[in-house]
Write a protein that binds this ligand. Structure first.
Ligand code: FAD
Length: 349
């Protein structure tokens, strides 16, 4: 079991969780950030990385992925520890300023406060809905590729019609024995160049594409050996395979958060707007996951919430009545934390 110790555990590495690192860093507090996704950025990275956002203050037009890059650049200075591809399952309150956060991999984070920046919940892969197929998960059925070598010289079937399905089909095609892409229609949600490349490779007989849906699977001696594919006109086809990769996209699930015994309002965590603390002292909630009268699920609202939560956490953890507002422009204390030194003359000029 891995154990980490920090001032604050942040659950969620979406835009608001990332800004929370920075705001806590300004207060001199260290952070561990946990996300169920293997990369940072939450909805921005997972759902719309290439779409421009127009309402981030001082960034008139930036792609969602650029907003995340900038947030990371700003937060990195405080050297947070990331636990990616780990889902938080439990929060245990040990005493007034002591918590243990546990992930599904049994990693434990000992901390003095917890910030839940969990958006609409933990992103997890949309599963293939076929009874009993899940027994092959992680041996022959994969929802994510972490080791491409596993597929070398194998007959691979890829399901899906988005960017990941197309990108992985094109990549696997270089080393697998065969690649068959199956999608329910010939309309793809992927960039045109990838779709064109896929058709080009099919023309050259370097891979195959089949339009239809998986209706059943075949197994032999506990091994997945084939699928039945039903096309729109009702014709069934059998395909043989060694490995099955399902890339139907990711969807957020509130999951364990519902069991953390926090006061909720329609699947959002109730907070007070002075501190963004939840109904449990020492546990805070910021960004899309929280609720208060007038709440708007916007990135800029989350930024404001993260700033006020950081002040409140600093006051509680450092046991101070009120933390003064320090300007990043002029405060020597903040400059020291940011690692930027300015002479007195510079600051006064
Ligand atoms: P999220 O971005 O949802 O991140 C939460 C993270 O927490 C996720 O990565 C999730 O995996 C993780 N997580 C949740 N539970 C757990 C757990 N138990 N363990 C570990 N990890 C967990 N907003 C704007 O302001 N302007 C826009 O123009 C705009 N355009 C949008 C366009 C689209 C198509 C969509 C879908 C949203 C848009 N939004 C926009 C909304 C914006 O993306 C959200 O407000 C923002 O992403 C919320 O950030 P967050 O950090 O609170 O949550």
């Amino acid at each position: 079991m891995k154990t980490l110790t920090t001032d604050v555990a942040i659950i969620g590495a979406g835009p608001v969780g990332l800004f929370q690192i920075f705001e806590l860093g300004l207060q001199g507090l260290s952070t561990v950030v946990i996300d169920s996704l293997p990369e940072i950025g939450g909805q921005c990275s997972e759902l719309y990385p290439d779409k421009p956002i127009y309402d981030i203050p001082a960034l008139p037009n930036a792609k969602a992925s650029e907003v995340i890059d900038n947030l990371w650049q700003q937060a990195a200075i405080f050297d947070p520890t990331f636990l990616l591809a780990e889902r938080v399952e439990h929060i245990e309150k040990v005493s007034e300023h002591s918590f243990i956060v546990t992930t599904h991999k049994q990693t434990q984070i000992h901390c003095r406060a917890v910030v839940i920046a969990a958006g609409n919940g933990a992103f997890s892969p949309v599963k293939l809905k076929l009874p009993l197929i899940d027994k092959f998960e992680d041996t022959q059925l994969f929802y994510r590729i972490s080791n491409i070598e596993h597929f070398r010289d194998k007959n691979v079937v890829v399901l899906g019609g988005g960017d990941s399905a197309l990108d992985w089909s094109l990549t696997l095609q270089k080393t697998a024995k065969s690649v068959l892409l199956i999608h329910r229609s010939s309309h793809f949600k992927a960039v045109k160049s990838s779709v064109n490349k896929m058709y080009e490779l099919c023309e050259q007989l370097k891979m195959q594409f089949l339009c239809g849906q998986v209706s059943s699977f075949q197994e032999k001696e506990n091994k997945l050996i084939g699928l039945t594919i039903t096309s729109k006109d009702g014709v069934n086809r059998r395909v043989e395979l060694d490995e099955l990769v399902v890339l139907f996209g990711m969807s957020p699930k509130l999951g364990p958060i519902d069991n953390w015994q926090l006061e909720m309002h329609q699947h959002q965590i109730k907070v007070d707007t002075q501190s963004f603390q939840t109904s449990v002292t020492g546990i805070y909630a910021v960004g899309d996951i929280n609720y208060y009268p007038g709440k708007r699920k916007l990135i800029l609202s989350g930024f404001h919430e993260a700033a006020l939560a950081a002040f409140s956490i600093a006051e509680t953890v450092l046991e101070k009545d009120r933390i003064p507002t320090l300007y990043t422009t002029t405060s020597p204390v903040v400059h020291q934390r940011l690692g930027v030194e300015h002479s007195l003359e510079e600051m006064l000029s």
